[in-house]
Design a binder for this molecule. Structure first.
Ligand SMILES: [Zn+2]
Length: 245
C-alpha cells in the first residue's frame, strides 16, 4: 500500500468518493496537514474516516493573515487537541510571502513556538520551507525530534544538511512536472523518502489527488531503476514509523 503523507483533505468536499478512489489505487493512508484554526478543526473531524490521520499546526503563509489574538487562540487549540495529531504540521517559514523583516520575524516566532510544543510532546514535525531553506534548517538544528521536510526545494548544501541530520523528505507530483526538482529529488536515498501530493494543489491546471502518490512512485521507479514494489514498501515503512501509524 501507499501513503500520502502530505495533503489537505479538509479542502475536498466529497471525501467518500476521494477515499474510495484512493483505496482502489492502493493508497490507504492519507495524512492531512493543517494550516490554520479552521483547518485544524476540520481535519480533526475527518479523522473519523479510518483512512485519514491529521497533523495540527499553523502554516507560515496563514500566520501572516492572523493577528496576535488569533495566533494565541490557535496555539491554545493546538495544545488542547494534540491527542488527534500524528505530527505538528505544516509549520515553517515562507519568505516568498513575507514581505518585510517584521513578517519574517512573525513567522519565525510561531515556527519556534510550534517546534517547542512538538518537542515537549515528543511529536514529529512536518516542515514547509520556501525561499528560506537555510534559515529553516538553522532553526531546526535546535529541535530534538523527527523531521519531515515537505516539498523541499533547497540547493545542494541545504539538501545535504537535511540528509546529514537524517531528516525525511516527502516528494510529490512536482517530480513529474519539473525537471529541476526531479533531479534534486532523485538524490534522496530511499531510506529518507516519503510520498506526498499536497492535494488539492494544482499541477498543470489539474487538482492533485492523494492516489497520485502512485504516479510519483512510478516516476522514481523508472528514473532510478528500482522496482516499484521496493519504493512502495520502503516509503510506506518510513511513513508508518514516522507518524506511528
Ligand atoms: Zn501543504
Amino acid at each position: 500500500m501507499f501513503v500520502d503523507v502530505h495533503c489537505h483533505l479538509e479542502m475536498f468536499s466529497d471525501l467518500n468518493k476521494l477515499i474510495s478512489e484512493s483505496v482502489s489505487q492502493d493508497t490507504r493512508k492519507l495524512i492531512s496537514s493543517s494550516v490554520d484554526l479552521n483547518s485544524m478543526k476540520k481535519n480533526i473531524k475527518i479523522t473519523k474516516f479510518p483512512e485519514i490521520e491529521c497533523c495540527l499546526g499553523l502554516h507560515p503563509s496563514n500566520i501572516l493573515l492572523m493577528n496576535q489574538k488569533e495566533i494565541d487562540l490557535s496555539i491554545e487549540f493546538l495544545k488542547e487537541n494534540l491527542s488527534f495529531a500524528k505530527a505538528i504540521g505544516e509549520i515553517g517559514i515562507d519568505f516568498k510571502h513575507a514581505e518585510n523583516d517584521a513578517q519574517k520575524e512573525k513567522q519565525i516566532k510561531v515556527y519556534k513556538k510550534q517546534l517547542f510544543i512538538a518537542e515537549e510532546n515528543s511529536l514529529p514535525v512536518v516542515v514547509h520551507s520556501r525561499f528560506a531553506e537555510k534559515k529553516s534548517l538553522e532553526i531546526l538544528s535546535e529541535f530534538n525530534g523527527k523531521v519531515l521536510l515537505h516539498w523541499f526545494d533547497g540547493n545542494k548544501q541545504t539538501f545535504s544538511i537535511g540528509l546529514e541530520k537524517n531528516y525525511f523528505f516527502s516528494v510529490g507530483p512536482a517530480v513529474i512536472y519539473n525537471k529541476d526538482y526531479l533531479k534534486k529529488a532523485l538524490e534522496i536515498p530511499l531510506e529518507n523518502l516519503m510520498l506526498e501530493t499536497d492535494s488539492p494543489v494544482e499541477f498543470n491546471g489539474i487538482k492533485a489527488k492523494p492516489f497520485w502518490v502512485k504516479k510519483v512512485a512510478e516516476k522514481f521507479s523508472e528514473e532510478k531503476n528500482i522496482p516499484l514494489k521496493q519504493i512502495e514498501e520502503t516509503t510506506t515503512k518510513n511513513a508508518k514509523e514516522f507518524f506511528s501509524l
